[in-house]
Every structure is written in structure tokens, then in C-alpha cells.
Design a binder for this molecule. Sequence first.
Ligand code: GAP
Length: 453
Amino acid sequence: MNKSPDAQRMEKIVSLCKRRGFIFQSSEIYGGLSGCWDYGPLGVELKRNVKNYWWRVMVHERDDVVGMDGAILTHPEVLKASGHVEGFSDPMVDCRTCKARLRADQVIEKKGIRQCPNCGGRDLTEARPFNLMFQTQMGAAADESSIAYLRPETAQSIFVQFKNILEVSRKKLPFGIAQIGKAFRNEINPRNFTFRSREFEQMELEYFCRPEEGMELLEYWKEERLKFYENIGISRDRLHVKTVPDEERAFYSKGTYDIEYDFPFGRQELEGVAYRTDYDLSQHQKASGKSLEYFDEETKQRFVPHVVEPSAGVDRTVLALICGAYSEDEAPDEKGKMETRIVLRFHPRMAPIKCAVFPLLKNKEPLVSKAQEIVNFLRPHMNVFYDESGAIGRRYRRQDEIGTPFGVTVDFETLGEKDAALRDTVTLRERDSMKQERVAIKDLASILSARIS
Ligand code: GAP
């Protein structure tokens, strides 16, 4: 059967990710660990750029948000109070024929008969709840008292530390606590590359407020989050806001939006923005017996704050960036013949490497030493890559394929051999337009910094 253009595109993306060192299957040499991924040299840079920019706009550029970094191992009482131990599950069905374990919503129904989507078998178990949390044991004893969980979301440590952070930060409502970190879910069917993983990272903000501010702040944060995606280069056309209907919303939420993205495998959730009312703090207050109330000095009232939560996935954002950036166009090769060029059109702010520096020839010492001088001069400002091997066109192509937005070439003009006026200037090439301009070496750092910040 012919694959759809979207399926082919996704295959090319997955293959590029491996070939160029963005993302590898975890434990690949042992056959792979399902639902787990390792980020290679370029993937880790891209991921860091996403997280750093999120932290910049959500924490550093605001007066009303502070950060925290909580433990991954979580006390069982925290997750009992939050409802995860009891209710964080997906309905699961087993196929007795091919032994596949399926999420109940993946089972096909034909003329009222349930069928396995893998083998077509009809001998399926009834749906039963499957808790998605990873349980582990802490300490030497192997009994009930030693159970701990790997956190299924970063949010709970924020709620549990609410009082401590309120006291040390001396913030007044409304204010937020932000966290970026790993979360773990034993997904029944991890799939679509990194989209549904068992180990992933979240970027979460819990924004505490007065009850009457909740609905307005839900709208505010939805808009802020859409701006974030546009500012990292995700096209607005591919983003969609779904208002989660009452019957799909958590019972305590008064409103939830899903921000969705058009991946090659379909429109899927990137982030949830939820008004969670006072549910979480109230639950922890009840279960711990410790007050999590806020005292309003103006009105002299004491109450449990409400919360609006924008919760984004790092891995899904990285995947959306790669899927959106992947493109193929035509460019001339060394002999002027047109060939297909693979380009990752990352926003310069997100690109793993910002600038590649090339000496025109590797066997001309003055060109090489000038290029290395430029690398050293740019390094404190940005991630730079030096490459002297192969024809210059090939070197450009290698950088286009990993999304490097700028290329600097040191040539004989740079040495002032042809025209003294061009001494200490270089060609600066832009990835998408492939246009070249001549700029002075002394201006390079400021020109590039302005374009990547
Ligand atoms: N604290 C709220 C919360 O965790 P969620 O909708 O379950 O809400 C928030 O998760 C975000 O975390 C999702 O929008 C998604 O980006 C990311 N996420 C959730 N499960 C994931 C998985 N299995 N693999 C990758 N990312 C995931």
C-alpha cells in the first residue's frame, strides 16, 4: 500500500532526526526501550532553547512568577490527595489472539463486534482501568510503607510547596510558580515518535489567583501561550484552540483549552490551559491537615486560592518545531545543477547552532586561522560550529539540513588580497533565502545577536 504524503514526510523527519543526531531510540543497541528517547547533540540544544525561552518569558521577564525545581520521586500521600492513585488511568483491553495490549479507544467496532486493530481478532477482554503511574520502592524495606511514585506531572510539587514559596517570595495574588522537569506515564501505547512517550518533560505554570479572576486569567493565559508558540516560529495557521467540552473536562475544572498542532500524523494536543479552581490546594490541605490558605491583607479575608494552569510538553514542542521546520527545495550544486535541498527552517532563536564558520580552503593557513579567530570571537555570544571539510556548497548543505540560520565564509577578500577595502570582512549567508552579504568581522556578533535573540 502506498504511504500518504504525510506518512512519508514523518518517515523522513524521523530518519533525519537519527541521521543528524537530534533524537535516537533509547537503548537502541539492545533493541530499544519502548516509549523512551535519547536526545543527541543537536536535539539537546534544540530542547534547551525551548526550555530557556519558556523560562525567559514565563519567569525572568515577569514580576509575578517565580520558579522551582521539585523532586521526581513523590510521596504516595501527595498522589492520593491529588486523585492520581485512584483515578489516573486509561481503560485497557487485551487481545487474546495476538496478545496486544490496547487502549480501549483503539479497539475497532464493526457491526457491533469489537476487533483488534493489530490482528483483526475478536477475542478481546473487557475494558479495565490501567493506572499510568510508575511505582517504585524507596529504601531497604519492600512493603507498603516504602512505595513511592515517579511523578506523572510536575504540577503536584508546586501545590505541595505553595505555602513555603508564598512565604519566601512574599508575592501577592495573583502570582505563579513555574517548573520545568521530567514526568513519567506508563502509556499503554506510546506512539507517533516522541509524541506519546513514557518519559517526557513538562513546562508548567500554576498561576494562583482570587476565585473571581479565574475565568479572565484562563483567557489571558491562552493568548500568552499562543504568542509563545508564534515567537518560537510555530506558524499560527497550524495552531488550533479546542475548547474542551464539559463532559471531557476534569470535574473540578471550570474551563479548559487544548492548544493543538497539525502534526503530519494529525491534529494533536501540544498544551493544556486549565482553570483548576481551588481543587488541588484544597485536596492537599484536607489530606495533610496543613493550612494552604492565603491571607488577603486588604480585605482581611483568608481563603484557598484558585489556579490557572498552562501545561506544555517540551518533547511535543520540539517535535512540532522539527515537523514545521522540515522542508525540501531546490538549490544549485557545485556545478550549477539544481538538486533537492533539505532545510530545517527553524526560527533563529530555536536553531541548535546559530552560525557556522567556514574557511574557503582548508589548506590555506591564513584563511583557517582567521576563521578560528572568528569562532573564538563569536563563541561567548552563541553556539557556533567550525567546518573546513569538503566543498563550500556541501558545507552549506550540511548546515541547512540541521537548520543553522547563518553561515560565515572567510575568503581571500577577508585577507585583503583582492581589495584592501574588503580586508576583515566576510560573507554572511542566510539559510532560507541563501542570500549573501558582505559584513565587517567586528560587526558580526552584534548583527547575529540581534537576529537570534
Ligand atoms: N498538570 C496538567 C497535565 O499534566 P496533561 O494534559 O496530562 O496535563 C500536559 O499534560 C502536557 O504534557 C500535554 O499537553 C503534553 O504536551 C505533555 N504530555 C502529556 N503526556 C505526554 C506523553 N505521554 N508524552 C509526551 N508529552 C506528554
